[in-house]
Design a protein around this ligand. Structure first.
Ligand code: PLP
Length: 407
């Protein structure tokens, strides 16, 4: 990394291409760097800090809990963990008929780990059914994480090269294509379908309205588990608690959360209901840190703030405003082919590479991200206000004009 001409050496493994900036503090939707320069955060630490930075209630809870108890391990009962499980299962079932058996939750520390838990549930479910070589249907362009199970489920060959052999047991179909699932459904080894309701890393790809419901129907017909990776889309990001709630009949059997659940404190969750609920039994899965008192109390506070302050509704409203303002400012520009999104998960599709805009935006005090080379992605904190949304639109419009007319 170089800053001000000086190369900064470090003992870190070079796994990240980092931008040359160091933040020292944040407040709401804003961050400040070591020189005191202020940045509007349009990416929230990749969809994590939904309630903004340095939220006073969350800071207070962290201070308080760290003075009481951080960690005991899952050898013992953890009341905040049970309370958080109750809160999340209540949200999961809020739009559906109550299940005869209440859903259950396994807590871990990241999205990848939540997906690993889901893959293990699918495999154990298969073994209970006498299927010794189970297959999970996954999609092209998917991102589920970097551990070997989650990486094998991921649909981006660039991320997999060099790590072969990958975990067997995944069948890949195009995203947003339920007919492609039906076409392979006579394979007796299939036990589950694992998809993101909206592909995030894959370029903010929104499937057709019917896709999740059609996938749900196929899973029901074949007694498969429908597994939804809501790591990026969950916790209000799309203007619903979970993105599947836009098509409310598509209740998943297994659903994964992470990212915004802890607003910056690492926590992941794998929720299971119906036929998936009791698949994992004592000793079949575990985590030393997963669901510790600090992480669970913070996540409970996140849920509480979101409910009391109507953050999901706010995200839906601000999502509409930001989306339509971006569309009217940008769609007339020849380099932009689409503005798409759901709630505050927005992708601006260019008809050429746009990675350079990330650095240009940084210079102008705006944090954005580019995925799949030609999609500018916005995941601002869910608490953004109109003036901040206007600033995002204005900065991006100016940047596009400046950068693409220069070339
Ligand atoms: N699943 C989805 C849909 C994601 O977007 C991500 C991360 O971007 C992950 C899983 C992996 O989560 P984590 O980086 O917390 O392990």
């Amino acid at each position: 990394m170089s800053q001000g001409g000086a190369v900064i050496t470090s003992s870190l493994m070079p796994t990240y291409a980092r931008l040359p900036v160091r933040f020292t503090r944040g407040e709401g939707a804003w961050l400040w760097d070591t020189d005191g320069k202020k940045y509007l955060d349009g990416i929230s630490g990749i969809g994590v800090c939904s309630l903004g930075h340095a939220h006073p209630t969350i800071a207070k809870v962290i201070r308080e809990q760290s003075g009481h108890l951080l960690h005991t391990s899952n050898l013992y009962e953890i009341p905040y963990q049970s309370q958080l499980a109750d809160a999340l299962t209540r949200l999961l079932m809020s739009q559906s008929d109550p299940d005869p058996i209440p859903p259950r939750v396994f807590f871990c520390n990241s999205g990848t780990e939540a997906n690993e838990a889901a893959i293990k549930i699918a495999r154990m479910y298969a073994h209970h059914k006498g299927i010794g070589s189970p297959k999970i249907v996954v999609t092209e362009g998917a991102f589920h994480g970097r551990t070997l199970g989650a990486l094998s489920a991921t649909g981006n060959p660039n991320l997999q090269i060099g790590f072969e052999p990958l975990l067997p047991g995944f069948l890949r179909v195009p995203f947003n294509d339920s007919a492609a699932i039906t076409a392979i459904a006579d394979n007796p080894d299939i036990v589950a379908v694992l998809v993101e309701p909206i592909q995030g890393e894959g370029g903010v790809i929104i499937p057709d309205d019917q896709y999740l419901q059609a996938t749900r129907d196929i899973c029901d017909r074949h007694d498969w588990l429908m597994i939804l990776d809501e790591v990026q889309t969950g916790m209000g990001r799309t203007g619903r608690w979970f993105a599947w709630q836009h098509s409310s009949g598509a209740v998943p059997d297994v659903m994964m959360l992470a990212k915004a659940l802890g607003n910056g404190i690492p926590i992941g969750a794998c929720l299971a209901r119906g036929r998936a609920v009791d698949v994992l039994t004592p000793g079949t899965h575990g985590s030393t840190f997963g669901g510790n008192p600090l992480a669970c109390r913070v996540a409970l506070t996140v849920v509480d703030i979101m409910e009391k302050e109507g953050i999901v509704e706010h995200a839906e409203r601000m999502g509409h405003e930001l989306h339509s303002a971006l569309a009217s400012a940008l769609l007339s520009k020849s380099v932009i082919s689409e503005v798409r999104g759901s709630g505050l998960m927005i992708g601006i599709k260019f008809n050429r590479s746009c990675g350079e805009l990330v650095k240009r935006a940084l210079e102008r005090g705006l944090l954005i991200n580019v995925t799949v080379d030609d999609v500018l992605r916005l995941l601002p904190p869910l608490i953004i206000e109109e003036r901040e949304a206007r600033r995002i639109v204005q900065t991006i419009a100016e940047l596009v004009d400046e950068f693409f007319t220069e070339r």
